[in-house]
Design a protein around this ligand. Sequence first.
Ligand code: C5P
Length: 307
Amino acid sequence: MHAARVVAQCKVNLFLRVLAREASGYHQLETLFCRLALGDDVTVRVGGRTRSLDVSGSMLPLDGLGPVERNLAWRAAIAFSTAAGWPSNFAIEIEKRIPVGGGLGGGSADAGAVLRTLNALAPEPLRADELIRIASTLGSDVAFLTQDTSTLALAWGRGDQFVTLPELPERRCDLVVFPFGISTPDAYRWLAEFPPPLPTSRHLHVDQLARWSTIDSLMFNDFERVIVPRYGELDRALRCLRQSSGQSPPRLALMSGSGSTVFTMVDDNTSESSSNAVGAIADKVGHGVQVIETRTSASVESVRAYD
Ligand code: C5P
């Protein structure tokens, strides 16, 4: 048997605008993706006699992840095998650390990790553009979470078309995780019922995406206007974070993707008492809220193959 392993890093959306609704029902969007250090551990073995998927970890919902055929990691392996004509069998093991249904792209990251590990093991690897093409058939975030060029990208279309950007220095990122997820189709449906005003024309200079200080001023998420009013806990968390500790400028806090996770960027020179304030949010906001401390990532994790 041959195996390969990679940490499937999750993502946050540093900004997210939802644009037109296509005739297909999908929405066009504009977003700035950033990978974080937090990731699921994904191992893929080939050469066995069966196909299997085993998911473990404390982040699993009590009612599980649903049928295996709908799991994105499983579908990624099937799609790879169909496109490459290899492997006939595979064993995928995922240890979940990324909250499920949290807008952090956990399922998409696992799918991207499966595509990358299989390609690392394949006797005839696919070209990078072929791998990305397969990724984009699986879901909107999978293409970004499959590419290994950069941890930062400006994306458009359904989020599957992007330009990678130079990586930024790592920065602390605290995630406020709720005991419930938000379904992506619901989030888009709520937005379609209450569409955002058409964006006024804006001109982004690439230099604005090359520094944290200017990215900070662009942080925005269109989904907040339809999701935050529906979930009091989210509203309380965002208010607490944005008002907490009398920071100047105020702490940056934003919902990621279509929620429910809220993230806050904390500069490394932030005082201990201020960073403890993020931990205290969990107590203030409600039962079952957790804080996960992680960092933005300055490099895409490499795949390690072994026998
Ligand atoms: O891409 P993903 O499978 O996560 O999308 C789930 C659902 O979210 C889609 O079936 C669609 O209803 C909605 N969606 C959308 N526009 C997008 C992405 C997702 O309307 N760009």
